[in-house]
Design a binder for this molecule. Sequence first.
Ligand code: DSN
Length: 413
Amino acid sequence: MLNSSDPEIHKLIVDEVQKQRDTIDLIASENYSSEAVIQAMGSPLTNKYAEGYPGKRYYAGNQYIDQIESLAIERAKKLFKVGHANVQPHAGAVANLATYFAFMELGDTFMGLELSQGGHLTHGSPVNFSGKWYKVVPYHVEKETGTLDYDKIKKQAIETKPKLIVAGYTAYPREIDYKAFREICDACGAYLMADISHFAGLVAAEVISSPAPYADVITSTTHKTLRGPRGAIILSKEEHASKIDKALFPGIQGGPLEHVIAAKAVCFKEASTPEFKEYAKQIIKNAKALGEELSSLGFELVSGGTDTHLLLVDLTNKGITGKDAQFALEEAGIIANRNTVPYDQRSPFITSGIRLGSAACATRGMKESDMKVIAEFISRVLSNTTNSELKSKVKEEVKAFCNQFPLYANYKV
Ligand code: DSN
């Protein structure tokens, strides 16, 4: 249909899918959702207005929508072992906004990890609503280790008395000690919010620790390691259900995206299978293998390695910027993003590092030995970022390598 009604958009979608097939995706926040998830997202559920929540809608005709959203809620609660789930946030930033709206007044103080050290825009960046509407006390990683010092954070929290503390990051390769954060929050009377967007799939599969026993509220996107549709969820203890639901609707959003909520339900079902658990284990094995090979090729990893899906490579010793590395790798068919490293001397636009993630490669079926091949590709390209001939040659090799791991083989736009 699309091909005849809008050939321009059709062609661009076909081109994008082909690009995804022919390149290696190392963006730590990306993944390839299943065709079942994509089918649910592309359904006529998009037609329906369903402001409100199951059983309490402001529009008629929601008998099937209610069942779909209720299934999504029940599956999310079971998967993450929480008392309450709101599956309506359109995006991670909105989930975080709703949480702040529910738990704080404008001008209140909260703590989050500094963006340039692995936090997120919505964790208190001065250019974001979170930094403009609230008083932010940023905490930091240690310069020598690249890791969190929980005693130091506790001291800072007792001194500054935040109303809420955010744990959970976009460029921190190590597991988080939620018990320590709970103790910090209890010592200063703060709510604990865990933003598990990056590693929600690893939490769901129980291959890393879960904040559920400790956090008051958990926010997450659904499209990263969790491998669902682009969107988000808010999970919490039952006691916070009403204020979170009211903060999101009518506080912030209007009509929920029920086609996306259906796809979230599909994703939660997929993530509760033994196959997904194996997949999550492979994500971590692959990240470790990539890190070990890069280290042996002379690359420096922030914190020395990883416990998760994510590696942060400090390129300072290689004499290249993150920006140059990102563009050179892209020309060679390797998609990754530049990233600041802790205490970076360069701007966020240039940066001294690149961030690499293993979730998408694991979805394609790549294993530890394949990550070694990828490390070699990266090393060759970054050894001479301006050599066009080298980049073209690696691009051909990358394409041949990718063809061993078919992606969306039967997918038709
Ligand atoms: N932009 C996402 C990331 O890449 O980490 C977080 O929202």
